[in-house]
Design a protein around this ligand. Structure first.
Ligand SMILES: *Cc1c(COP(=O)(O)O)cnc(C)c1O
Length: 468
């Protein structure tokens, strides 16, 4: 028996995997990974896979990166962890100083959480609590965009809009206001991204005009709605949104957990709109994909609303056991060093152009509705009908076929529904991009070649981190 199979059997006896219908593994092999190096992952039978999705969007400088490894090893011999209430340490102070310096001016205070979803909870609670401390308890609702994703915990799920969750867990969710997304996929023929995103802002303006008295904050994924299928929009929307939030006295929360650290072509997406949100949530690539860590940056104004005598009970009494973990902060510091020393943002421009040229032919594919790109994220959306951009029924699981084909060719290309995308580590080479484009083209050809009879009963479309 292959080593892969042995590990898979031991795994399936005891593990329950994330975002997985475990029964799928009766047919679909699980891939046990023995080691990683750069863009490559290697399984126990010695087969290698190019990590085209950066292991769920976290890895930016490759697996087992020597510089990040060394920094963590050094930190490990000094201090692995210490409580962050009443105590502090060098890595967390240095990291906070650097985050404040590198993000838009005015984001001067950093609160840590240990994963993206928790970071969203922090931003939502802080915004609500800010208004409470300022004597406006009625400001307690959040505005979100359709097709959003902000994480898995209950409040984070509430501000998301993924069918499976908004339906299955509806009874648990906060009451939010949903505004149509500025996503440009379904823009009218002949309309530019900018014109479409600008036009879609009318819905947001109306929601804020009607409800601003009860709204604490608007939360958005800037420029790319990731888990919702890598849907993209123009920065003009963020600019208009910032102006409107100021006019109506509402916070703006930027969830840059997926797009921060260079993914959109600038270090942070908000730079492209020339704006500063009131809360900036960062995680994923923050540690180079090594360790869970998240940072919520906010303004002096927000900080001051909580700063008072203890007896006023205005403090933000939120905490996670692993807040500001030193090993994770060390990984983050090493990651920020690489951004600085290697002029990553500049070098990524050539890689982004290569991603565009390597996939340009797919725009003419009869079952491709769109090839879209923002910086180092490129998505290819398979459709049942090219003219109307009508989606394939989700039960056909076309994306899963692309995933399976890619595995045989040595690539980890995990689609979102019918959306095949590249979100590679920035250490990928132009030749490796060409290879991914070749594998994706073959996979899309295979997945769209024939009609599929649906044997699965109808239901909710998962459409979230799910290749099915
Ligand atoms: C991944 C993600 C989250 C949640 O982060 P986790 O660390 O997985 O909890 C939140 N928002 C966005 C935009 C994300 O992509």
């Amino acid at each position: 028996m292959s080593l892969n199979r042995e590990w898979m059997q031991r795994d399936l006896a005891v593990l329950w995997h994330p975002c997985t219908q475990m029964k799928d593994h009766e047919q679909l092999p699980l891939v046990p990974i023995r080691r990683g190096e750069g863009v490559w992952l290697e399984d126990f039978d010695g087969k290698r896979y190019l990590d085209a999705v950066s292991s769920w969007w976290v890895n930016v400088f490759g697996h087992a990166n020597p510089r990040i490894n060394q920094r963590i090893k050094d930190q490990l011999d000094q201090l692995e962890h210490v409580i962050l209430a009443g105590f502090t340490h060098q890595p967390v102070i240095e990291l906070s100083e650097r985050l404040v310096a590198m993000t838009p001016a005015g984001l001067d205070h950093v609160f840590y959480a240990d994963n993206g979803s928790s970071c969203i909870e922090v931003a939502l609670k802080m915004s609500f609590h800010y208004w409470l401390n300022r004597g406006q308890p009625q400001k307690k609702r959040f505005v979100t965009l359709t097709n959003s994703y902000h994480g898995e915990t209950v409040a984070a799920m509430s501000v998301g809009d993924v069918a499976l969750f908004t339906e299955t867990y509806r009874a648990l969710l906060l009451d939010t206001l949903k505004v149509p997304s500025p996503d440009c996929f379904l823009r009218p023929e002949g309309t530019s991204w900018e014109a479409h995103s600008r036009a879609m802002f009318a819905h947001m303006e109306q929601a804020l005009a009607e409800h601003h008295r009860e709204i604490a904050a608007v939360i958005v994924e800037p420029l790319i709605q990731g888990a919702g299928g890598m849907r993209m929009y123009h920065p003009i929307y963020l600019k208009l949104l910032r102006e409107a939030c100021d006019r109506y006295g509402v916070h703006l929360i930027h969830d840059e957990i997926a797009v921060g650290f260079g993914r959109t072509g600038t270090l942070f997406a908000c730079e492209q709109a020339g704006i500063r949100p009131d809360f900036l949530c960062l995680s994923k690539a923050l540690t180079g994909g090594y360790l869970p860590l998240a940072a919520c940056l906010t303004t002096e104004d927000v900080y001051q609303a909580f700063y008072d005598d203890y007896s006023t009970l205005r403090a933000f009494l939120h905490s996670h056991s692993y807040t500001g973990n030193p090993l994770a902060c060390a990984a983050a510091l090493a990651t920020l060093d690489i951004f600085e020393q290697d002029r990553v943002i500049e070098r990524n421009r050539a890689l982004a152009e290569r991603m565009a040229s390597a996939t340009a032919h797919l725009a003419d594919h009869p079952q491709v509705g769109e090839v879209r790109q923002t910086g180092m994220a490129l998505a290819i959306e398979m459709v049942a009908d090219k003219a109307s951009k009508a989606a394939y029924p989700w039960q056909e699981r076309r994306g899963l076929k692309v995933y399976q084909h890619a595995l045989t060719r040595g690539a980890l290309l995990r689609p979102l529904g019918s959306v095949v995308y590249f979100l590679p580590p920035y250490v990928i080479t132009p030749e490796q991009i060409d290879f991914l484009a070749e594998v994706a083209t073959e996979g899309i050809d295979l997945a769209t070649r024939e009609a599929i009879s649906i044997s699965v009963p109808g239901g909710l479309h998962p459409n979230h981190r799910d290749p099915g």
